[in-house]
Design a protein around this ligand. Structure first.
Ligand SMILES: [Zn+2]
Length: 255
């Protein structure tokens, strides 16, 4: 099985960090247009999902590292994860940890996967930010949760946003913009282009504006990979394909 894996070039300097933004899965027994599901939340067959996870871990080849995910609901809950946590941390769209040898992960297919890392203290977090989660401020909430739980300084955090739908392909109704503007009017300005009654939303630009507001230095925020809907040969896109697959983004530290 083959999986596209993108890493943040600037993070190569962080010795012991394990991370990746994964893309589409392909292989001899797996046509690239086949569904690759990593959660059962949409009524998927648990056995098939389990099998996908097994294959994924084999392909990633990360011995001694477990990957912890959560049941994602497009909210803004951030779950702390420790070595005691099972494979599923609970219901939430963000996970954070200071434990070695485990990775926190989020699944996405157009939504923005966001990885956060504090390299001195070896803290890591993963966030799933679609428009609802972004409207609920999940990225700044992750920063605040890490600050509160681990006493880190937001200025020491490095953040990367992975492949997700670009404004080129993300037309949404005015009700979406209105819901975001309720709490993020300034942040929305550079991320929203009205077009007739609808408009185009740049989810990564919006999350970046929120992260800057949360105290992350601009030079420590990266955007990795292209628009998922423009590149369905490499990534899953819910908007382009419907319920076809999940790409995993994960991060953690070796102990
Ligand atoms: Zn696009």
């Amino acid at each position: 099985m083959k999986i596209l894996r993108l890493e943040v070039p600037q993070w190569e300097q962080f010795d012991g960090l394990v991370h990746g933004f994964l893309g589409r899965v392909s292989g001899k027994d797996r046509p690239s247009n086949a569904a690759f599901r990593l959660s059962c939340d949409d009524g998927d067959d648990p056995q098939a999902v389990k099998q996908n996870w097994c294959e994924l871990k084999l392909a990633l080849s990360l011995p001694r590292i477990s990957i912890i995910t959560a049941r994602q609901v497009h909210g803004n809950t951030i779950l702390p994860v420790s070595s005691e946590t099972g494979k599923l941390a609970g219901i939430g769209d963000g996970l954070m940890t200071d434990a070695p040898n485990l990775c926190v992960g989020v699944m996405s297919a157009d939504c923005v996967p966001i990885l956060l890392v504090e390299p001195t203290r070896k803290i890591a977090a993963a966030v799933h930010a679609g428009w609802r989660g972004t409207a609920a401020g999940i990225a700044p909430r992750a920063v605040a949760s890490m600050e509160e739980a681990y006493g880190i300084d937001p200025a020491a955090l490095h953040v990367a946003m992975g492949p997700s739908i670009g404004s080129c392909c993300y037309e949404v109704g005015p009700e979406v913009a209105a819901q975001i503007a309720a709490n993020w009017r300034e942040e929305l300005k550079g991320a929203w282009k009205p077009e007739g009654v609808k408009g185009r939303l740049d989810l990564r630009a919006l999350n970046e504006a929120q992260l800057l507001g949360a105290g992350i230095p601009r030079s420590q925020i990266s955007k990795i990979g292209p628009c998922t809907a423009c590149h369905i040969g490499d990534f899953y896109s819910y908007r382009k394909e419907g319920k076809s697959g999940h790409q995993l983004s994960f991060i953690g530290w070796r102990g």
